[in-house]
Ligand binder design. Sequence first.
Ligand code: AP5
Length: 216
Amino acid sequence: MNLILLGPPGAGKGTQAARVAERFSLAHLSSGDILRAEVRGDTELGRRAKGYMNAGGLVPDDLILEMMSRRIGDLGRASGFLLDGFPRTAVQAEGLDQRLTDSGRHLDRVIHLIVPDAALELRLTGRRSCPQCNAVYHTTFSPPRQDGVCDRCGAALAHRTDDQPEVVGTRLKMYHEQTRPLVDYYRRRGVLADIDGERDVDAVTAAIVAACGSGA
Ligand code: AP5
């Protein structure tokens, strides 16, 4: 099964992707996590992407398409995938279509997580992330057992640079302008499932699993 998780910043894509990928044994490809690893590694891609990311803008389509095509190509043909944060523009969606056609793959479902902007701001400004294993916490909604320390791997938690309130506004604007139109693109293709992402984490996971059917 091949899935996309589509939704605004803070909608819970990363939180749900970890659960859904495990449930259906899918490879989880998060464009944001891959880019942050490139920035930490000070690679050429990381250096080119860093400024766009810190400002809340989108990294150019050609860089993203090359990066994600390579990751999808690296997967064995037998492995299904869950894309989180990609595609984010019409150019990326068309590039992905081409990549899938060329490799004889197809999309089974696009999960659209719906959460209002006011709730997103609260989620992002309270989020704490593990730079080592990518686990996600929230100071109020899902705090770690020990303040500032990852439950899973023990690393110090970070407040992402792009989760500062002034950058969050730019990210939401980019979403509405560049990414929201993909909802209609995939609805027309008959693969979109709208999911209310404002419920608690378990309820959202159950709704996504139901929308994906048995996973066959
Ligand atoms: P990326 O890392 O993809 O960020 P994003 O899409 O903005 O998404 P987030 O990671 O902020 O949120 P999320 O939906 O995963 O929510 P989460 O589960 O963490 O991208 C970062 C940057 O990289 C972009 O701005 C761009 O510059 C660049 N980039 C990446 N991909 C790109 C692309 N394709 N093209 C161009 N540029 C690209 O949850 C958020 C918080 O809410 C957490 O604290 C969590 O604990 C909490 N939470 C989650 N679910 C619930 C719930 N149900 N109830 C209460 N709290 C909840």
